[in-house]
Ligand binder design. Structure first.
Ligand SMILES: [Zn+2]
Length: 645
């Protein structure tokens, strides 16, 4: 595949086990994700645009071009990146739907951004102008390179969805990238950014422009990290992964967004440069982080203080930070590894994280967001003022905007480009990784179209009907190709595949059918959708003695609004002798309400003295899909439920 291939997707590696299919090849036509894409398009993009304007972050570009930016600039040091993430989201959305109204809004923001670029290509509203700190004077916290990274990602989205468009964004990005290479290339500043992100962006920009200088610069940034070039900070150098070279690290650590972005960039560099040992290191870090540092929701990061991964097994539900952006970073990393290796475990984590972190952040109306995604709320939250930005983790419920508002724009760009994370191709045929109603058509190198459509009510129903939409090249030509479907890891028992009337059991992994497919042929994957109890590993102390409830890829929660008379869900214990049941479309469990004494000192020498006493029985307590919690006002909530056992 050429680097300049025009597939409309965020990640286009030059080599790897699988090739991504883009917005032109895949359509999502209904269901869970189509609904979210449409709320994103109709509400979130305008909401974000409004707040960026209102917060003054877009106006910073105007002030930088012709105003008193030093005196009047508003927002944190990384606020430029939120404008770029909106541009990226808009570019994908325009590519997806061809919305001309959005196109003109997009162009007008690009014009304002372009006007602020300095003659040598440098572009940042926080540094370098009279009265401001000098350029590159705060690599630890300044986020200048990080911001350029998001500018490049916006340009990549634009170049791949409207190739040759005359809005100028790609040229602005090219000048900014050139400025970075001139400043930080060989012989330049021997430094790197405190927040990774430019690495993935430079590699992707190299793929778009077919210019290896950007790739070389990305490789340089990856190699420079881990040698203490950044000054020590209060959280330690691990915070920005500068305590250990990427290729020596064995687990994701430090700030969870930075860690995922860096690993994703290292994977990109490794794939492009055929650096097998670097790719091995990233795989290993991913594996260990998933095995010991990831919440059941797919969320990552249990430390509030530095928004960071905890040590192994430190996964307290009530102190889960699980930043929305860390979930998005995790999807970015797993997608790159999936393309490189084809291992379905990466797609499993993507599915879990999309359903239980990314889709949890936005409210049903797409106008407020969770920044952190706790798994346990003990007290009623307070509704944030709809007219004022919240502090990031301070908001106990979804807030319209934050002083640090990385998550809303990140959700917007992810949902707008989600179509590109559904399916891939290889020389053998097509692979479906995520299930939703839609269609995939891929034109092979030999000009032949391979097409399928998917009918399903997943994740509410386990039946996934895949119909072949394209004929063989001749009426009776025998030209077989392979259709591969992912059987999720949670479907350990009971999944079946039906092809040509023959049904057989299938287990987790990838199931591939190779045939001379005819238009109208059908493959039906049936996944077991009975709700199930999930138990934590014995080393996760904070969840010991508890169960979670899952159904398909969805994690459930007990929310107080569903239990009349109970304000504190912590009073309830689940009776695990009865499996969770589906009643009128809702997952339910049997619970006891228990009364524990409340002594002056909550510790005692008598081991049974504080055993709670059951005082009420609830036969069918409905649970809420975790992503949908807190959409009905303040509540208490928990994912890990104590049991009566
Ligand atoms: Zn964020």
């Amino acid at each position: 595949m050429s680097r300049t291939a025009s597939t409309a997707a965020p990640v286009l590696p030059i080599r790897g086990r699988l090739r991504p299919l883009g917005l032109g090849d895949v359509r999502i036509t209904g269901g869970f994700w189509a609904e979210r894409q449409s709320v994103n398009a109709e509400a979130t993009l305008a909401h974000v645009e409004y707040w960026l304007e209102r917060a003054g972050w877009t106006r910073n570009f105007d002030l930088a071009a012709s105003g008193d930016i030093a005196r009047e600039r508003r927002g944190r040091e990384f606020s430029d990146s939120e404008v770029y993430k909106l541009l990226e989201a808009m570019a994908w959305e325009i590519g997806r739907t061809g919305d001309e109204g959005l196109e003109s809004r997009f162009r007008s923001i690009v014009e304002r951004v372009a006007a602020a670029q300095e003659p040598d290509g440098y572009l940042n509203t926080k540094f370098g102008r009279p009265g401001q700190a000098p350029r590159w004077s705060d690599l630890e916290w300044g986020h200048e390179l990080y911001c350029v990274g998001h500018l490049l990602q916006a340009a990549v989205a634009r170049a791949r969805t409207r190739p040759g468009a005359d809005d100028g964004l790609v040229e602005v990005a090219r000048r900014a990238a050139d400025n970075v290479c001139e400043t930080f290339g060989p012989g330049g500043i021997d430094g790197l950014c405190g927040h990774a992100g430019i690495e993935t962006a430079l590699v992707e920009f190299a793929r778009v422009t077919d210019d290896d200088r950007y790739l070389a610069q990305a490789a340089l940034f990856v190699d420079r990290r881990g040698h203490g070039r950044l000054s020590d900070v209060e959280f330690g150098r691990e915070y920005f992964q500068d305590e250990l070279p990427v290729r020596h690290a064995t687990v994701l650590r430090g700030h969870a967004v930075r860690a995922n972005y860096l690993a994703a960039g290292a994977a990109d560099v490794a794939v492009e440069l055929k650096d097998a040992s670097l790719l091995d290191a990233v795989r290993n870090q991913w594996q260990n982080a998933v095995a010991r540092r990831t919440y059941v929701t797919g969320g990552q990061g249990s430390r509030h203080q530095d928004e960071a991964f905890g040590e192994d097994w430190v996964l307290p539900p009530d102190r889960a930070y699980s930043e929305t952006c860390a979930g998005i970073g995790s999807v970015m990393l797993a997608w790159r590894l999936l393309l490189a290796d084809g291992d379905p475990r990466y797609a499993d984590l993507i599915e879990r994280t999309l359903f239980n972190v990314v889709s949890t952040s936005p409210s049903a109306d797409g106008r407020s967001f969770f920044y952190t995604n706790t798994l346990h709320r003990r007290e009623l939250g307070t509704l944030p003022d709809a007219d004022r930005p919240s502090l990031r983790a301070a908001a106990s419920l979804r807030a319209p905007w934050f002083e640090v508002s990385c998550c809303p724009t990140n959700v917007a760009r992810t949902l707008a480009s989600l179509t590109a994370y559904v399916a891939t191709s290889d020389d053998e045929g097509l692979q479906l990784h995520q299930y939703m109603p839609g269609a995939v058509v891929h034109r092979r190198a030999d000009g032949r179209d391979l097409g399928v459509s998917v009918a399903t009510n997943y994740p509410y129903d386990g039946e996934i009907r895949v119909r072949i939409d394209t004929d063989g090249p001749g009426s009776d030509a025998d030209d077989p190709w392979s259709l591969s479907l992912r059987v999720p890891g949670w479907a350990a028992e009971g999944a079946t595949l039906t092809v040509a009337g023959q049904t057989r059991p299938v287990g987790p992994g990838v199931v591939t059918e190779r045939r001379a497919w005819r238009r109208g042929d059908e493959v039906v994957l049936c996944l077991p959708m009975a709700p199930r109890f999930t138990y934590p590993h014995t080393r996760i102390d904070a969840a010991r003695g508890c169960v979670a409830v899952e159904r398909g890829p969805l994690v459930f929660a007990l929310e107080s609004v569903d239990v009349p008379g109970v304000e504190t869900v912590d009073e309830l214990r689940v009776d695990t002798s009865q499996a969770p049941r589906l009643v009128d479309g809702r997952v339910t469990v049997r619970c006891e309400r228990v009364r524990a004494d409340e002594p002056d000192w909550p510790y005692r020498t008598d081991p049974d003295g504080s055993a709670p006493v059951a005082d009420e029985q609830f036969d069918e307590v409905p649970l809420v899909e975790y992503h949908a919690w807190a959409n009905r006002g303040p509540s208490t909530m928990r994912v890990w439920l104590p049991t009566t056992a």
